[in-house]
Design a protein around this ligand. Structure first.
Ligand SMILES: O=C(O)CCC(=O)C(=O)O
Ligand SMILES: [Fe+2]
Length: 226
């Protein structure tokens, strides 16, 4: 399932992020790619443990963890601290799949990447190219969102970032381990949850919404690992 979550950061937050990131030290993005990814990845990133990445990343994690749509769609068990990337001058990230297991320097904890997220920090009119292109069972999806918006997509999908041929594309990306590892199951739970919310908004709680909420929780009980 792919989901567009608007306005995770406000425009003033985006501007502040961009101001701080413009002064940052960027390194070769291949530092965090696996062997296949490294062959096709050409971009720049903040070093994983840089104080700026940790500070700004904390703001993003907090905003996502408190966001009802992100919670309902991702059912996060763990959120790996966000990374920051920049593409300009023809840089791109060719076809790849995100590694299943991620670790962080300085920590022993490995986690499984189930859901990938990109938070756009450049407005679409600031650059040409730079679409995030995700292939799944339903086809190929090109994503280029307003600054502050997030796209959530399964880490199991093959995807790429098209070459940026004008301007600069700055973004943050992160991986989550979900309580429900299977994308199709997460998608069904999300649809059920959103429809229960719509019924509640239209008619208030009644015995039907209570019963449906029961089904939601019983499916979650069957599928969740915590
Ligand atoms: O910048 C993006 O939108 C995604 C980057 C990406 O796919 C990755 O770093 O694995
Ligand atoms: Fe990726």
């Amino acid at each position: 399932m792919m989901l567009h979550i608007p306005a995770v950061l406000t425009k003033p937050q985006v501007q502040e992020f961009r101001r701080r990131l413009a002064q940052a030290e960027w390194i070769d993005g291949r530092a965090t790619a696996g062997p296949q990814g490294a062959q096709v990845k050409r971009n720049r990133q903040l070093a994983e443990l840089s104080p700026l990445a940790q500070e700004l990343g904390g703001v993003i994690t907090q905003a996502l963890a408190n966001h009802p749509l992100f919670f309902a769609a991702v059912l996060p068990l763990r959120i790996l601290p966000p990374y920051f990337n920049s593409y300009a001058s023809g840089e791109q990230y060719g076809m790849h799949i995100d590694s299943a297991i991620r670790t962080r320097p300085g920590t022993a904890n490995a986690m499984r990447a189930d859901v990938s997220s990109t938070l756009f920090l450049s407005e679409p009119e600031e650059y040409d190219g730079g679409e995030l292109i995700v292939s799944d069972a339903y086809g190929t999806h090109e994503v280029k969102l307003a600054a502050g918006d997030v796209i959530v997509y399964p880490s199991s999908s093959v995807h790429r970032v098209a070459p940026v041929t004008r301007g600069e594309r700055v973004s943050s990306f992160l991986w989550s381990q979900s309580m429900v590892r299977d994308d199709a199951k997460r998608g069904m739970l999300f649809a059920l949850d959103q429809n229960i919310q719509k019924l509640r908004a239209a008619h208030g709680d009644n015995e039907i919404t209570v019963e449906l909420a029961g089904h939601y929780h019983n499916l979650l009980r069957m599928w969740a690992e915590v």
